[in-house]
Design a protein around this ligand. Structure first.
Ligand SMILES: [Zn+2]
Ligand SMILES: [Zn+2]
Length: 347
């Protein structure tokens, strides 16, 4: 089968590989129908994910149809349409039992698919701990509607959950309107805060927010501090979501927060960030940091089925698996106003 592979630093290639097989009684094999390209894939390509193993099939956000399951799998059966979770977790260890599935202590726990074990930019994928890693797609929900369940929407949903937003009262600032920022925005809107402000550097992406979410206020990094002050009641945002991961967006995040606010750091940075404690003394901020505990996929799919959560506007480009190189070229160069590329993996 065709599988997009991390060959060496700087190089991904579409290779012919054997189809995966069941290795454990808790595994499932999934025939991938649709996969997405993620910024984290680019991080692997450029060597900034040390855990990523050369030779591994990349791709960690996909949907498909269950082909086979191991003897211990209970929640899915062959023929089921499923969304694949970006995270692998056992459901039984100390961390899993508390919902901190990102820190699952299983050898495959955490972000394994498309990083440490073969992922889903391929015709098929083996999913360990399938009872936790797969969620059945409700009837009436299309592959495109379900595509971002396991990674982007899981991230936005988790960030919103730990942000502790008070509906009807809070001003929420979201820094960054890339795909993760938009999925965070969608989940924040479900909590109905009094005001949502999105800060985005790119005029194209700011325009995307204005066009699709007219009730949301939009500002730029240069104007963000003054804008948030003018549009919030107590000297800053009540909750800040830092999704951008830029050179100075962490500083912007805490500076735009009101005293006693919560700052959720969703972003993945390339470099260490400075926490200037003397400057923020007395502001009494609470910081919460990523990665995502992706254990809300069933709830996310339910919201999609009810029509309350729709991330399909993010799919700006589509390609076949055979043409995935071109999909990556567009995604990486941010050409043609690209947000997300959906890759059709059916042969
Ligand atoms: Zn991702
Ligand atoms: Zn676990």
């Amino acid at each position: 089968m065709l599988a997009y592979t991390y060959v060496e630093r700087g190089r991904f290639e579409l290779l012919e590989k054997p189809r995966p097989v069941l290795r454990d009684e808790r595994d499932a094999l999934v025939r991938v129908t649709l996969a997405s390209i993620c910024t984290s894939d680019l991080h692997i390509k450029h060597g900034s994910v040390p855990r990523a193993v050369p030779g591994v099939t990349v791709g960690h956000e996909m949907v498909g149809v269950v082909e086979a399951v191991g003897a211990a799998v209970r929640s899915v059966a062959p023929g089921d349409r499923v969304a694949v979770n970006v995270e692998t977790f056992c459901g039984e260890c100390y961390f899993c039992r508390r919902g901190f599935v990102n820190n699952c202590t299983d050898p495959d726990g955490g972000w394994a698919l498309g990083c440490r074990i073969d992922g889903g930019q391929a015709e098929a994928v083996r999913v360990p701990h399938a009872d936790q890693g797969l969620t059945r797609i409700p009837q009436g929900v299309s592959d495109e509607q379900a595509l971002f369940t396991g990674d982007l929407l899981a991230t936005g949903y988790w960030a919103t959950r730990i942000g502790g937003i008070v509906g009807g009262e809070d001003t929420v600032l979201i820094i960054g309107a890339g795909p993760t920022g938009i999925c965070t925005l969608l989940c924040v809107l479900l909590r109905r805060p009094a005001r949502v402000i999105v800060c985005e550097r790119s005029a194209e992406r700011a325009q995307f927010v204005r066009r699709h979410y007219p009730g949301v206020l939009v500002t730029s990094p240069a104007e963000c501090r003054d804008f948030v002050l003018a549009h919030s009641g107590h000297g800053g945002a009540d909750v800040v979501m830092e999704v951008a991961g830029g050179a100075d967006t962490f500083g912007l995040a805490w500076q735009c927060a009101r005293p006693n606010a919560t700052v959720v750091v969703v972003a993945m940075y390339d470099r260490p960030q400075v926490l200037p404690l003397p400057d923020m003394y007395g502001k009494n901020l609470t910081f919460k940091t990523g990665g995502v505990d992706g254990c809300d996929c069933a709830e996310i799919l339910r919201l999609i089925a009810e029509g309350r959560l729709d991330a399909t506007p993010l799919i700006t480009h589509r390609c076949r698996l055979a043409d995935i190189d071109e999909g990556y070229r567009i995604f990486e160069a941010r050409r043609e106003g690209v947000m997300k590329v959906a890759v059709d993996c059916r042969p």
